[in-house]
Design a protein around this ligand. Structure first.
Ligand code: UT7
Length: 334
């Protein structure tokens, strides 16, 4: 019997801190509005275009996860990256991270599922281990959303931030590890959150015009209700599939989009907010990076212990939503 064990976590945040007060001089907003409506106080923005690329942030997070697990980069078989902000249209962020890690013989590919990218990547990686006999897989969530934000749109630019988180998954026969993953999409509602122009939405070659900027657009208010419903439903699905109850869950790591969404999910599921790990006040919504960053912080702060059942829940553009339930076996002092 092959089980999928999580053996290391890591994260990497850009240096520059952009506070709500800083944003007051960029758009018509206030610290009070952003805190009250979202819970966000500040976020990190990648300003160093050499060292804070998607590839470099992702690689640094991955190296920390590898160090925790005591595994060398050359032992990695597969790299799966959830992102919508790869440094280039192609190659994939995963291939560029592979180069940073100096791994020459591994499969590397991206998964595009908006803010659910990390959970979709985790499902894909778990299946590679269980079905294809792969042994060591890096799963990374990384975004530089600041590069696709319209800094004149207060509806979006105050919400998002940059960063990377990573985990290492390893095939082991011992019980525990990833108990279940669940992913869902509703493409009929893609227009609630999307990038305004894609490379082929208006090909510049057809009209000889320069490519238009690539801005993120969001109907936050309508997304809010879907987020609460989908996150709650996919949490229940994880419990049903693993035969556990809410009482068995030690910690919930939700996608960090909005404190009010997280509270509404806690209310709906009737779980005490104390069992939710929240760090969005420091980083804002980092899309597919938010869950692995929070997971790494909670792990390094000693909030997750071997034997704990850890529930991850995500929601994002697509629409997409997903969950994973992990019986924690990660030892930090390997
Ligand atoms: O991560 C993937 C998925 N993302 C989500 O799930 C996000 C879900 N949505 C949300 O988190 C919230 O809907 C937002 C934080 C985006 C917005 O909060 P809201 O309570 O839904 O506000 P709203 O969009 O209904 O806007 C309320 C008011 C509007 O003014 P009027 O029309 O009432 O006069 C907005 O123009 O707040 C105004 N507003 C702002 N005011 C100050 C919108 N953005 C800002 C701002 N500063 N930054």
């Amino acid at each position: 019997m092959i089980n999928v064990h999580l053996t290391g976590t890591g994260c990497c945040l850009p240096e520059h801190v952009l506070t709500n007060h800083d944003l007051e001089s960029i758009v018509d907003t206030s610290d009070e509005w952003i805190r009250r409506r979202t819970g966000i106080c500040e976020r990190r923005i990648a300003r160093d275009i050499e060292n804070e690329t998607t590839a470099r942030l992702g690689a640094r997070a991955a190296l920390k996860a590898l160090a925790m697990a005591g595994v060398q980069p050359k032992e990695i078989d597969t790299i799966v990256v959830g992102t919508v902000t790869a440094d280039r249209q192609f190659p994939s962020a995963a291939c560029m991270i592979q180069k940073e890690l100096q791994i020459t013989d591994a499969a590397a590919y991206d998964v595009s599922a908006g803010c659910s990218g990390f959970i979709f990547a985790l499902e894909t990686a778990s299946n590679a281990i269980r079905v294809n006999g792969v042994r060591n897989v890096l799963v990374i969530g990384v975004e530089r959303l600041s590069s696709i934000l319209n800094w004149q749109d207060r509806n979006t630019c105050v919400l998002l931030g940059d960063g990377a988180g990573a985990i290492l998954l390893q095939a082991e026969s011992a019980p525990g590890g990833v108990l279940t993953t669940n992913i869902r999409s509703d493409g009929g509602r893609w227009d609630l959150l999307y990038a305004e122009y894609g490379p082929s939405s208006e090909p510049p070659i057809a009209n000889m015009a320069p490519a238009k900027p690539f801005f993120l657009k969001m109907e936050g208010n309508r997304l809010f209700k879907h987020a609460v419903n989908c996150l709650s439903k996919i949490a229940i699905m994880a419990l049903e599939k693993s035969g556990l109850t809410l009482d068995d869950i030690s910690i919930v790591i939700p996608h960090q989009a909005n404190m009010r969404i997280i509270r509404a999910v806690a209310d709906k599921l009737q779980i005490d907010m104390q069992r939710f790990y929240v760090n969005l006040e420091k980083y804002g919504n980092t899309s597919s990076a938010s869950i692995p960053i929070a997971l790494d912080e909670a792990n390094r702060n000693g909030l997750i212990q071997p034997g704990d059942n850890v529930l991850l829940i995500s929601f994002g553009a697509g629409l997409t939503w997903g969950s994973a339930l992990i019986k924690w076996t990660c030892q930090q002092d390997k």
